[in-house]
Design a protein around this ligand. Structure first.
Ligand SMILES: NC(=O)c1ccc[n+]([C@@H]2O[C@H](COP(=O)([O-])OP(=O)(O)OC[C@H]3O[C@@H](n4cnc5c(N)ncnc54)[C@H](O)[C@@H]3O)[C@@H](O)[C@H]2O)c1
Length: 338
């Protein structure tokens, strides 16, 4: 099996490649990544010389390169994306280029060369749930509410259209909030862990009652492998973590795991474009594909904290870079600058 992974130097893609090389030692993996601010070659440092692994620097918007790589692959798994809601509000262009045009390039190449395609999407395409509303399922209508989720919704629709129009051999997965090692320190848990390690507070936007369903990145990657091997062409699969907590509850669990007190919690004004609640019903994955979680939220959080404690050499240079510090000041104000 020759697999083309896109965006494999990012958070989830790098874990997925590691899972494939470990669990399917005969498979070959080519990773194309444009190395944006979120793509980091050190995320794949341990596999860079693996005989079954190859890295190609490039963008999924590059038609000729995509055609060449897809032609030589049996299956394409797309992780490449711009992924941060706040950044999409400041500048939507990279989101439209990669998440929409880039995905169309992959669709076109997979259609042309008749290749199996799996697209990694998000639960954010379904918008926001009220506290008592039922969880998102494969049948929930799309209702994106910020530029990031709108571009992800667009890519899902383009794939669904190609499945019908061109008989594209594709599946889609919509997953909830991932956490774990290598999470770029712009997301809530990785900022909070690295702040606490520096003796700085956790910033909670608004009232802290926004609810998220947390899934360990290894469980997500393992789910994608289940879909590739057992999923039905044309189907969508939902993946959740069975770990629905408010941001305030999540922050308090983290503070406890890291041995601090609740005084390390700092409430700050809310940001635009944020959804109230995400939650996923993953019955289909469980029953049809026998997918199970390896991690509970407690064991997963401990795993993540342990990794950040041991891997300061990975996150410290990111937090000290001028680009990151500028972004942090914009998000959290001059008074909280790192
Ligand atoms: N992080 C989450 O909680 C989460 C949850 C559900 C779904 N997803 C989806 O999973 C996928 C991966 O997310 P992530 O958190 O690993 O993202 P990430 O931001 O950590 O990584 C994205 C990767 O894509 C690369 N990339 C960006 N533009 C590219 C382009 N034009 N061509 C090639 N490579 C490009 C980046 O360099 C980076 O390595 C995304 O599609 C995202 O929407 C993420």
């Amino acid at each position: 099996m020759k697999m083309l992974v896109t965006g494999g130097c990012g958070f989830i893609g790098s874990h997925f490649i590691r899972i494939i090389l470990r669990e399917r030692p005969d498979w070959e993996v080519t990773n194309i990544d444009a190395l944006t601010y979120a793509g980091n070659l050190t995320n794949t440092l341990d596999i860079q010389t693996h005989p079954k692994y190859r890295f190609v620097y490039g963008s999924i918007t590059d038609k000729n390169l995509v055609d060449k790589l897809v032609e030589n692959a049996d299956v394409v798994v797309n992780f490449a994306a711009e992924t941060h809601v706040d950044r999409s509000i400041v500048d939507n262009e990279p989101f439209i280029l990669t998440n929409v045009l880039g995905v169309q390039r992959l669709i076109d190449a997979c259609t042309k060369f008749k290749k199996r395609f799996h697209h990694v999407s998000t639960d954010e395409v379904f918008g926001s749930l009220a506290p008592e509303e039922p969880k998102f399922t494969e049948h929930t209508p799309y209702a994106p509410r910020n530029p990031y989720s709108a571009t992800k919704a667009a890519s899902d629709h383009l794939i669904r259209a190609a499945i019908h129009t061109h008989e594209l051999q594709a599946t889609i997965s919509n997953c909830t909030n991932n956490y774990g090692p290598f999470l770029y320190p712009e997301k809530f848990l990785s900022i909070s862990i690295t702040n606490l390690l520096d003796g700085r507070p956790i910033h909670v936007h608004g009232d802290g009652r926004q609810v998220r369903d947390w899934i360990h990145v290894e469980d997500h990657g393992n789910g994608i492998l289940h879909i590739l091997e057992r999923g039905q062409i044309g189907h969508t699969y939902m993946m959740g973590g069975d770990a629905e907590f408010s941001i305030e509850q999540t922050a308090k669990s983290l503070i406890k795991v890291m041995g601090h007190g609740d005084h390390m919690l700092e409430f700050i004004p809310d940001r635009p474009g944020q959804d109230r609640r995400y939650a996923i019903d993953f019955t289909k994955m469980k029953h049809e594909l026998s997918w199970q979680h390896k991690y509970t939220f407690e064991s997963g959080l401990q795993d993540m904290v342990d990794w950040y404690r041991k891997n300061e050499h990975w996150w410290r240079p990111i937090k000290q870079s001028s680009g990151y510090r500028r972004w942090y000041r914009q998000q959290y104000g001059e008074e909280r600058a790192v």
